[in-house]
Design a protein around this ligand. Structure first.
Ligand code: ZN
Length: 383
């Protein structure tokens, strides 16, 4: 074996440019310690006073890997980390972590924002990277409802108009039917009369409650099929997320009927997160030419165990079907760690297969590059 063939993959994988195909903006506002800890978990409940979220895989990874980016020793104590973070200020912390991630292109889901989050131009300026938009279908529907002045019968038309206005500036669309209803939905597109009836019910409910959140499965299915008609890659939330989603209904295998009906449209369907159902997602990606997957989000939350998930995501799925994502939302630690932990896990997994003689080093690096960026650039048609 030559010296080059023998060298660990780490450095080469660390140097790969990344295209993050599913990510949210960084939060460039200051965070109180409890707010920061609250963003190290997908739970929407306060962290109990007797415990700290730093005692988790993600918390450990922050201390190990983010501390040096802020000029501290690895494994800095949580209090020292938070003090340093506050001392540098949120803009500088965000800038350092985004730039250290090596993510060269962000495809940003702009549908779920908190105060102080960077917009697309802000993400570009802070990171020095490119940023494009993924439009969340449910958010467009809710904007249409908030714009008011409409009848239930006209909802579908107003939605189509709003989508036609937004789509040209975006590189993909996203549905969170997995959050709002679950993936066990009727796979057929709903009839126009059903949509008008459901829109009427939704309008009345919104007037009574002041809440515009779309949860009606008929409307969610209509959004999904409307999105599909635009031809852009369609992202679907599956698997792991906050407790708002019923994880039992997040199994992408529930999407089989929809995927088969969508197949003739030729639109790539991107299964996001997938964990803990990523092996089933791998089966779908192997069975259907238009299905792709990522294991973002779980990588951050499983930290030192991320290699196991990366390895499992490369069982059945053809390698051209797997994409890198950080699914970071909020503190730029999540953008940085999403990239770093993916690189470490990928180098460890592929490096093992090279060492065992199952893969060549050149193939390992080529496949890592596909997942890092080239698969996303092909699917989303990025320049
Ligand atoms: Zn996500």
């Amino acid at each position: 074996m030559t010296e080059t063939a023998d060298r660990a993959l780490d450095e080469d994988v660390a140097a790969l440019p990344l295209t993050d195909h599913h990510v949210h903006p960084a939060l460039a506002a200051g965070l109180a310690p409890h707010e920061f800890e609250g963003l190290l978990t997908e739970s929407d409940r306060p962290v109990p006073p007797w415990m700290t979220q730093f005692d988790s895989q993600l918390g450990m990874a922050v201390r190990r890997w983010c501390a040096p980016v802020l000029g501290l020793d690895p494994f800095a104590a949580p209090g020292d980390y938070l003090a340093r973070r506050a001392g540098l200020g949120p803009a500088e912390v965000t800038r350092r972590l985004l730039r250290a991630s090596g993510i060269g292109h962000y495809l940003i889901d702009t549908g779920y924002l908190a105060d102080g989050m960077l917009d697309l131009a802000g993400m570009q300026a802070a990171s020095g990277a490119a940023a494009d938009e993924i439009i969340r279908l449910e958010s467009v529907a809710e904007e249409v409802l908030l714009a008011g002045d409409g009848t239930a019968a006209g909802f579908a038309g107003r939605l189509a108009e709003a989508l036609a206005g937004r789509v040209p500036g975006a590189v993909g669309l996203k549905s969170i039917i997995g959050y709002r209803h679950g993936l066990d939905f009727d796979p057929e597109p709903p009839a126009a009369a059903e949509v008008a009836l459901a829109a009427g019910h939704w309008l009345r409910q919104a007037e009574l409650s002041g809440q515009v959140r779309v949860t009606d499965p008929v409307l969610l299915r209509h959004l999904l099929w409307s999105g599909l008609s635009h031809g852009l890659p369609l992202q679907l939330h599956t698997g792991f997320g906050d407790p708002d989603a019923d994880l039992r209904l997040g199994d992408p295998l529930l999407l089989r009927g929809f995927l088969e009906r969508a197949e003739p449209h030729g639109v790539p369907v991107m299964l996001l997160h997938c964990y803990p159902y990523h092996r089933g997602a791998g089966h779908l990606a192997s069975a259907y030419p238009h299905v792709f997957l990522d294991v973002g989000l779980a990588i951050n939350h499983t930290g030192a165990r991320a290699a196991a998930i990366v390895a499992e995501s490369l069982e059945l799925a053809p390698f051209g079907k797997v994409l890198f994502s950080s699914d970071a939302w909020g503190p730029a630690e999540l953008h940085y760690l999403g990239a770093l932990l993916w690189r470490r896990a990928t180098a460890a997994v592929l490096g093992r297969w090279v060492a065992d003689g199952d893969w060549s080093r050149a193939d390992a690096l080529r496949v890592a590059g596909m997942i890092a960026s080239t698969n996303a650039r092909r699917v989303y048609g990025l320049e």
